[in-house]
Design a protein around this ligand. Sequence first.
Ligand code: ATP
Length: 351
Amino acid sequence: MGEFVRLHGVSKRFGNIHTAVNSVDLCVKKGEFIALLGPSGCGKTTLLRMIAGLEPISAGSLVIDGEAMQDKHPRDRDIAMVFQNYALYPHMTVRANLEYPLKLRGIGREARAKRADEIAALLELGTLLERKPAALSGGQRQRVAMGRALMRNPKIFLMDEPLSNLDARLRMHMRVEIAGLQRRLGITTLYVTHDQIEAMTMADRVVIMNAGRVQQIGPPQEVYDRPANLFVATFIGAPPMNVFRAVDLPASVCSLRPDVVHVGVRPEDIVFDAEGDRPGFQFDCTVSLVETLGADSILHLRASTGHGEPELSIIARKRDNARALEGQRLGIWLPLSRIHLFDQSGSRIEP
Ligand code: ATP
């Protein structure tokens, strides 16, 4: 499948100094769901606004469906955008809100009503068409905002943190709903979020950004299993990956790769009371704190390094329900197959 959206070297500078988006390359296939994920201020929203045409591109090129977009007015880009505040008109009914974008384009009353009925059926808004936004729940307003964006049958759907105003339960529900709708419609979607669970559960591929730059692009499982650098390694996963300096670990670590500087292991990959017949590193630990989550618990451990002081702090997730007690001594095992190696620059290296 060819590329439908292509960004090449796309940058945004505000003033002369601040580069909010730094030379982003990205190809999106038709029908793909892409999540742009990163910490606050990393440039996600700015990137989305440049694609929508709401913000001029400082450098680089943007092609959508074979057409260069840089000089096109937002209205002529055939793109729909949903914002976190929904931007519904409070004095209009749901039907009037849905029809508004078509009315602006001079589409006749009958055609508008027909399309609104189709979209209402698709999003299960049929019983709400005569209500005003104030009489809707947060999730219903969200669906109306999405419905309105879909009225024109856009080429691309852009969403900027569309769930951030909803409570946790509704967010989980809407996550499934939006992902399902996107797959049913097959509409190419770029979705900005700082919530890794949203990105990981909804997207075909995740674009992880930091400080204006793309850190890694890949399917969620790949980004989790093979993070490209220390930033991605510690950004994806909760609690975050443990990262140790290689010099604090047993000397055998350096025999894996002479250029290894940092070694990472995820809390959920730590093995307890292993027999020791698998390749890896073993530590004797003391449990310093236990956080009980119900199905499993988070253990804060102190391990002696064999080099004397200082001790290593390690966070582990223990799945079984046998309780660990604070002060207890425990043997742990970091399996070689689950450890991540990074070089001086923080880039991933393979053993
Ligand atoms: P958040 O998750 O907090 O919304 P974000 O990743 O979407 O963050 P952006 O809103 O794209 O980040 O902002 C990227 C950087 O550009 C930030 O440092 C921000 O302060 C800056 N920035 C955004 N808009 C402007 C503007 N109009 N003028 C100057 N600087 C701006």
